[in-house]
Unconditional design. Structure first.
Lengths: 574, 166
């Protein structure tokens, strides 16, 4: 059998797992692993400028490809810098394997240089973690980590690797396990047949059904089944922020995103429904508004692979534990067998109601002669990219504008931090996506607050020539914070105003990128055209937008789903 | 409502921390927790007693426990017929023979055993359900000064055929 050191085992295991790209930052505790990486030509390593960004890159790489993202960092600060990234992936159920260095085993607990209890620090935000104490444990720990990260409800897994077990001086027999078996871990994939039958009966009997599609549908690759079921039964479909793209954005049955900044028609469809069918969605507080007033007439059915997501916030009448793809396919097969369908008359009447809400045109906005509106920027981006770009976003107003004004055609096209809401996610995420798909246009829609939280990654783009487009909606404020302060804090703008926004054009140029300043609407489209034509350069477009624009609709706090502000002057009559 | 949750989990380092962490992180309370390896040394058995406000919280708690990768089985004991026991050791002041006799009598009534004596102290061992231990403590407190109490927390098992196995 082949003899390898612990460090070589790490790299070889990753190769045997089929890993092609990893993201990381070297340091004392992982030097042996980095030496092993130096000697391989099968794995491309990307050196970041901050470990948090490495995790976001691996995370987005995973979101866009469906593969497991891999991160390698050193002990102590290298590891703790990853925590925000790991928590981001955890909240959105993204499969990652994070390899962190650790001080030698005989120093653990001694407060050694760069020692942190990474297993302890990361515990609340990982699916599972392993501390390897011997080199022989490494291949099985890595095999288990990839298995755990990618199956069931996916999530990040941390492997802590003390320095002494990596030593090149000691070689051990290496074999990468072919299979892995964990007696305590058996995720349910197929749905319970009786439940599926009951669910289908309820769905067919519903007069006002709605299909509520979340991020779980993207992860499970269930788009085909969702489309088939929706079209067969003429169901209205609403997507969560994480579910955007799982059902085509421009499909006539798509009523838009739901929730806090969802469309008027989506929220009213939910509120008035007699049956809500959740597919890989978890009734998050940004969706439900006040749970006590949530959709009073609806029977609730939910498919989720994670039983804890069922009846956590909202009582579910008909739960089905399983993979969205498999369960929906079971349901479609049953539908084909039984050859029954729903009552088209009542569904048509339901659509008449929905179309009246649509007529409200809740995303209409007023243009201005003096200012560029953020909505215009996203609409222009959609036009220039023909709706084909991979769009990553940061967190704030720009995120909501991107979500609502760029109809995503397909899943894995919209990459954002929905659960944790991590500012600084967008740029490293765009880099991760571009590495995965070098030939596809990738754009990071960001704000002047968010972009500055990981702007150092412009340097990573420079080093590896990763030509992403950065589209900055610059309102010289923390726009979402400011919006809340204007609406609920008497307009007191406590620390939401940036007094010293840098010259982003010069900053981009300092990194040998192209910076374009857009101050008027007529400059916008040419700037975007140029950005996407230049396929080998990073282009940073800094768009001065109307600093007073708010995101609407916006649900009224403590209200039901159908209670919304529709503009600065209008709200729904409760 | 009081619940007793039995958990069968991998006997691995870190497994206990994951369970305790889960309770802290989700705002669940732990009244007592006992854990020890079973006859199969690769497995540990844990008994957690907790106070929950509603059945939905208990259901969520059990699902969250089951979601932990190290956990094999989770079951609630108070739903069915069960046996629960707790071990208590207590040290009481025995300044004179009247008190010594009274304490001995009480210990006998409760089927406790005096396991250590000094001229001024008795150490008593008592097992039973929590309510019995509480009652004994109250009785002793009326007779003498309690110097020290240590309770193991509840261990529980279902009656009859029902079993939690790997």
């Amino acid at each position: 059998m082949e003899m390898l050191s612990g460090a070589e085992m790490v790299v070889r295991s990753l190769e045997d797992e089929g890993i092609e790209h990893i993201f990381g930052y070297p340091g004392g505790s992982v030097l042996d692993i980095y030496d092993a990486i130096f000697k391989t030509d099968k794995i491309e390593h990307y050196l970041v400028r901050h470990e948090q960004a490495a995790v976001h890159m691996a995370d987005a790489y995973s979101r866009v490809t469906g593969k497991v993202g891999v991160v390698l960092v050193t002990a102590g600060p290298g590891a703790t810098n990853c925590i925000t990234g790991i928590a981001t992936a955890y909240m959105d159920s993204i499969p990652l394997v994070v390899l962190s260095g650790q001080v030698p085993t005989n120093w653990i607990g001694d407060d050694a240089f760069q020692e942190t209890d990474m297993i302890g620090v990361s515990r609340p935000v990982v699916k599972h973690s392993f501390l390897c104490r011997t080199a022989e444990e490494i291949p099985i720990a890595i095999k288990k980590a990839f298995y755990l990260a990618s199956t069931g409800r996916p999530g990040p897994v941390v492997i802590d690797l003390p320095k002494d077990i990596q030593s090149p001086l000691h070689k051990f027999p290496y074999e990468y396990p072919k299979t892995v078996n964990l007696r305590s871990y058996n995720p349910t994939l197929s749905g319970h047949k009786g439940q599926i039958k009951r669910a289908l009966t309820a769905l067919l009997a519903a007069k006002k059904p709605v299909l509520y599609v979340g991020g779980g549908s993207v992860i499970a690759n269930a788009s085909k089944q969702i489309l088939a079921l929706a079209e067969k039964l003429n169901l209205p479909v609403t997507n969560t922020l994480m579910g955007l793209g799982a059902f085509p954005g421009e499909h006539k049955q798509n009523v838009g995103m739901l929730g806090m900044h969802g469309s008027y028609e989506a929220n009213l469809t939910m509120h008035n429904a007699d049956l809500i069918f959740a597919a890989g969605a978890r009734f998050d507080d940004r969706v439900t508004n006040n749970v006590d007033k949530f959709c009073p007439n609806a029977k609730i059915m939910q498919i989720d692979i994670d039983p804890t997501s069922i009846s956590k916030n909202i009582h579910v009448d008909l739960p089905i534990v399983g993979s969205v793809e498999i369960v929906l396919q079971q349901m479609l097969d049953l539908l084909d067998e039984t050859k029954v369908t729903n009552d088209s008359e009542s569904i048509n009447a339901w659509w008449d109601e929905i179309n009246e809400w649509r007529a409200k045109d809740c995303f209409a906005y007023e243009t201005s002669d003096t200012h560029i509106k953020p909505q215009q920027v996203i609409e222009c981006l959609y036009k220039v990219t023909k709706g084909d770009a991979i769009v990553t976003s940061d967190v704030g107003q720009h995120q909501m504008f991107a979500a609502n004004y760029y109809p995503f055609k397909e899943p894995r096209q919209w990459i954002n931090s929905g659960g944790l809401g991590t500012m600084g996610f967008g740029l490293p995420a765009a880099i991760g996506c571009k590495i995965a798909f070098p030939d596809r246009p990738v754009v990071c829609v960001t704000g002047d607050g968010s972009i500055q939280m990981n702007i150092q990654e412009l340097s990573t783009c420079m080093q590896y020539n990763i030509p992403v487009v950065i589209l900055l909606l610059n309102n010289r404020s923390l726009g979402m914070v400011k919006q809340w302060q204007k609406m609920f804090y008497g307009g007191r703008q406590s620390h939401s105003y940036m007094d010293s926004v840098p010259d982003f054009v010069k900053l981009s140029e300092a990194y040998n990128h192209i910076g374009i300043k857009v101050d008027t609407i007529d400059q916008l489209e040419p700037a975007l055209e140029r950005a996407f034509e230049l396929k080998d350069r990073v282009v940073f477009i800094d768009v001065a937008i109307d600093p007073e624009e708010h995101v609407y609709p916006m649900q009224i706090k403590f209200g039901s789903m159908n209670e919304m502000y529709l503009s600065k002057t209008e709200k729904t009559d409760a | 409502m009081r619940s007793i949750i039995s958990v069968l989990l991998e006997n691995e380092s870190g497994a206990l921390a994951r369970v305790v962490g889960l309770f802290a992180q989700r705002g669940y309370n732990i009244e007592s927790l006992t854990v020890s390896p079973t006859n199969d040394l690769t497995l540990s058995r844990m008994t957690i007693t907790t106070e929950v406000d509603c059945p939905a919280t208990l259901e969520q708690m059990m699902k969250q426990l089951h979601k932990l990768v190290d956990v094999l089985r989770v079951s609630e004991l108070t739903e069915g017929s069960h046996v629960e026991r707790e071990l208590m050791l207590l040290k009481v002041r025995t300044p004179n023979s009247d008190i010594r006799e009274e304490i001995k009598r009480n210990a006998d009534i409760y089927r406790g055993q005096i396991v250590d004596i000094t001229p001024n102290l008795y150490t008593i061992q008592l097992t039973g359900a929590c309510s019995k231990l509480d009652a004994f403590l109250k009785t002793i407190a009326e007779t003498s000064e309690i110097v020290e109490v240590v309770r193991s927390g509840v261990c529980g098992i279902a009656r009859g055929e029902k079993a939690l196995r790997g």
